[in-house]
Ligand binder design. Structure first.
Ligand code: ZN
Length: 80
């Protein structure tokens, strides 16, 4: 189930956590919560292959303006 045992960056312990992720595709961004293995030492996040594929799917939908299954969450702005 868990393909990761140690952090590949620093060798630290990993803990399964729910994390917030921001995805960009074209001019849109999507905000989601997913489970990731998070390094307790350096904060590196490791996602399973399925989660990475899911991110790709969402990025493509954003890029293609296929937004029907997303709920609007206010506006996003660029500063500077
Ligand atoms: Zn680490």
């Amino acid at each position: 189930m868990n393909p990761f045992k140690k952090c590949p960056v620093c060798g630290g312990e990993l803990a399964r956590k729910e994390v917030e992720k921001l995805l960009r595709g074209g001019k849109h961004t999507a905000f989601l919560r997913v489970c990731a293995e998070v390094c307790l030492h350096c904060g590196e996040r490791l996602y399973t292959e399925d989660t990475v594929r899911y991110f790709e799917k969402i990025r493509n939908k954003l890029k293609n303006e296929d937004l029907s299954e997303f709920q609007p969450l206010g506006q996003s702005f660029e500063v500077g």
